[in-house]
Design a protein around this ligand. Structure first.
Ligand code: DGL
Length: 279
């Protein structure tokens, strides 16, 4: 049996993280799971995101993953802690689940000179206050300005991220963020779907504002984790294999993922969770 690194997102967004992890560590096997059938997560309540994420983690464990990365800020904000503290002891005591918020907040404070950071994220991530709370631990001097962008994930999931409609929706959210503080010099795309809109967002921002994506940060942090945890690193299979699963339509996922990945992605569909059929 293969023992890949499981990478989970509500849909396509986690591919922006997997791409950077794979670029840095192509030696490992990876199993990507997108819950496209039930995306977006960003507008769903805590209990729903937690239950969906738990199902996904169990499924990835059942596929042989010793380690799962929640490459989704919303799942990291709403489900990671409960899974780590409550569920892991009975669903996989020797397995590990990591998120994307902690590694990002550990370093993002170093990017700003003005000490004013803008966080663009889903409503769920914004409401959880996870970024403000975590950033305050590492960089208490940094002011966090959050803006939810509820229309951006549907744009990406529906393949509309290159359309003029995307420009309009981006303009609205950037304006609302700018109104919060004129001194923001760093904006973090704190939703893994948003890097798919990167060029459009960048083109609407003044050049002195840095636009930061999480993929490279998370990849670097994972590499570091393996140095600190050689016992986990040695359990991951090293054949450089990538597999892609979705709970949605496999051809739609494959086409969208291929465009982003730059080579053909053949996806498979998850037909059934242990706890029941995916609706
Ligand atoms: N890509 C996810 C994130 O990083 C969530 C998008 C969604 O399903 O709303 O927050």
């Amino acid at each position: 049996m293969n023992h890949p690194i499981g990478v989970f997102d509500s849909g396509l967004g986690g591919l922006t993280v997997l791409k950077e992890i794979y670029a840095l560590m192509p030696q490992y096997d990876y199993l990507y799971l997108g819950d496209n059938a039930r995306a977006p997560y960003g507008t769903k309540d805590f209990e729903t995101v937690y239950q969906y994420t738990l199902e996904a983690v169990k499924w990835l464990f059942d596929q042989g993953c010793p380690l799962v990365i929640l490459a989704c800020n919303t799942a990291s904000a709403k489900a990671l802690r409960t899974i780590q503290q409550k569920d892991l002891s009975h669903i996989g005591p020797d397995k590990r689940v990591l998120g994307v918020i902690r590694p990002t907040t550990e370093v993002i404070g170093d990017y700003t000179d003005s000490n004013h950071i803008g966080i663009l994220a889903t409503q769920g991530t914004v409401d959880s206050m996870s970024y403000a709370i975590e950033l305050n631990k590492f960089f208490p001097e940094v002011h966090v300005h959050q803006q939810a962008c509820p229309t951006w994930v549907p744009l990406v999931e529906n393949g509309l991220h290159s359309t003029p409609q995307a420009d309009v929706e981006i303009e609205k959210c950037l304006r609302l963020l700018a109104e919060q503080s004129p001194t923001i010099d760093t904006i973090l795309l704190a939703c893994t779907h948003y890097p798919l809109l990167y060029d459009k967002i960048r083109s609407q921002l003044p050049s002195h504002i840095q636009l930061v994506t999480q993929g490279e940060i998370v990849a670097g942090s994972l590499e570091d984790y393996f140095i600190r945890h050689p016992e986990m690193e040695s359990r991951i299979s090293h054949s450089g294999q990538l597999k892609f699963y979705t709970t949605g339509d496999k051809d739609t996922f494959g086409q969208a993922a291929s465009r982003f990945w730059g080579s053909e992605v053949i996806a498979m569909r998850v037909e059934e969770w242990k706890s029941g059929i995916v609706e």
